[in-house]
Design a binder for this molecule. Structure first.
Ligand code: IMP
Ligand code: MG
Length: 177
């Protein structure tokens, strides 16, 4: 499938599944090396990071936990910037080594807000692991510890990411034409 139509818009394959998984392998190896003995708790940010988190966690071999949270700021193809509350956190983060697992860091505003909310839970350390970063769009001073891939400033769908709710199930990443 070279081209797909999602909600009436045409997208072209830009990152095939095999390329994504090669980078997920690399990131998992970095985490296994850096966080051995830290018993990290991975916080998968729903909905977008579900597929990345599943593939990543299959490759993380150190003792760890995984939990799921939700925080969304996106409408259509433009980031709105107004962020909502963190929901779904049932585990205590106090004194823990937390790794946030996100689908994409675009302007970075969502991640900055998420970091604030997570720090209220008094973790020992917070690291950020993002499948994708759009460096040209980063508006804030943010260090992403683990990045699978950097991409240009285009709108994409697939591998968990959506266009108005659709396209998350595509195993590869597609760019809006
Ligand atoms: P930020 O606050 O601008 O960094 O936006 C981050 C959120 O916007 C991500 O967690 C995604 O849900 C969404 N997002 C950003 N870029 C894209 C894209 O190209 N496709 C789909 N969703 C995106
Ligand atoms: Mg997201």
């Amino acid at each position: 499938m070279d081209r797909v139509t999602v909600n009436g818009k045409s997208f072209r394959m830009s990152i095939p599944e095999s390329d994504i998984l090669r980078e997920v392998d690399r990131v998992a190896a970095e985490i296994n090396r850096d966080m051995d003995g830290a018993n990290p708790i991975f916080l998968c940010v729903l909905n977008g990071a579900f597929m990345f988190a599943a593939d990543l966690m299959k490759r993380v071999s150190i003792p760890c936990e995984i939990s799921f949270v939700k925080l969304s700021s996106y409408n259509g193809t433009q980031s709105t910037g107004d962020v909502r509350q963190l929901i779904g956190l049932s585990d205590s983060l106090r004194g823990r080594n937390v790794v946030i697992v996100e689908d994409i860091v675009d302007s970075g505003l969502t991640m900055l807000h998420l970091l604030d909310l997570i720090r209220e839970h008094e973790p020992k350390d917070v690291k950020i692991c993002s499948l994708l970063v759009k460096p040209e769009k980063l508006k804030v001073d943010l260090h992403v510890d683990y990045v699978a891939m950097e991409i240009p400033n285009d709108f994409i769908v697939g591998y968990g990411l959506d266009y108005d709710g659709a396209g998350r199930n595509l195993p590869s990443i597609y760019t809006l034409e």
